[in-house]
Design a protein around this ligand. Structure first.
Ligand SMILES: O=C(O)CCC(=O)C(=O)O
Length: 270
């Protein structure tokens, strides 16, 4: 499987409209890849809280339209990162969109763990409640593979990833707008999620600085053994990595730690 992670810069100097056009052109350039991944909230920037309401769009809004077309023009599976979604009957959500190579919406995932504690996303957006996986019939292995999707801060919550693995996920895709200040956590957690779930992790962040928050960049692809197959630098970059999706099955067979899980341990007695 060939995957391209597009680590774009989110800077205030560029309008959302022109960033959308620029990103669509970058997606088209990835024709020949099986899977293309974009970061979290790349239209506004994940920390540009003041822009969320102004730039929020319906699920099938301008980003959806432009990305559906870009996926079909390039003939790739596209995890188009996330948008600030305006639900007509509810709050805003941080919603990821996944398109098939024919430009159909294959999945939408509303971020479950909102970042900010008592401010920012945590108060401005609603929380999703459903785990989302996407079946990819062909690429990377004859039997196909399954993506499990999560977003940025979700990376800190291993139980979410276990849920995705239980639902069949073999490739964990994590769009993010992770800040430079906690870059060491980003790399460590991406590797930990890969090792403990014996799965590939494709984590795509942003470059640049928005709302005064320098971004970590350093998008990363980790294999089921925890090896880093590719890592971007801090700036704008397309990180392309080729891997054999069958490695999930062979790792799980040869080192069957997932089979030793003890479920329902509950809370320890004091
Ligand atoms: O967990 C972190 O350190 C960063 C999370 C974050 O920036 C986000 O979810 O938008």
């Amino acid at each position: 499987m060939r995957a391209s992670l597009i680590q774009i810069g989110v800077d205030e100097g560029e309008s959302v409209e022109s960033r959308r056009r620029r990103v669509a052109a970058l997606v088209r350039e990835q024709s020949g890849a099986d899977l293309v991944v974009l970061p979290e909230l790349w239209t506004t920037g994940a920390f540009a809280y003041e822009e969320f309401t102004a730039e929020a769009e319906p699920l099938e809004g301008p980003t959806y339209e432009v990305m559906a077309k870009a996926a079909s023009d390039a003939g790739v599976w596209l995890h188009a990162g996330s948008i600030p979604e305006r639900d007509p009957d509810g709050p805003l959500y941080n919603t990821s969109l996944v398109f098939s190579p024919s430009g159909e919406l294959a999945a939408a995932y509303r971020k479950i763990h909102r970042f900010g504690f008592d401010k920012g996303e945590a108060v401005l957006m609603g929380a999703g409640s459903e785990l989302v996986t996407v079946r990819l019939p062909g690429p990377g292995s004859e039997r196909g593979t399954t993506l499990g999707v999560a977003t940025c801060y979700d990376l800190r919550f291993p139980e979410l990833f276990r849920g995705l693995v239980d639902a069949g996920a073999e490739i964990l895709v994590v769009p993010a707008g992770w800040p430079e200040r906690r870059r060491s956590h980003w790399t460590l957690l991406a590797q930990a999620r890969a090792v403990e779930n014996q799965a590939f992790v494709l984590a795509c962040g942003t470059a640049g600085t928005h709302a005064g928050v320098p971004q970590a960049g350093h998008s990363i692809v980790v294999d089921p053994w925890g090896e880093v197959l590719g890592e971007a630098g801090a700036g704008e970059e397309v990180l392309t990595v080729e891997f054999d999706a069958e490695k999930v099955a062979t790792t799980r067979e040869q080192f069957p730690a997932l089979k030793d899980r003890v479920l329902g341990l509950g809370v320890p007695r004091r």
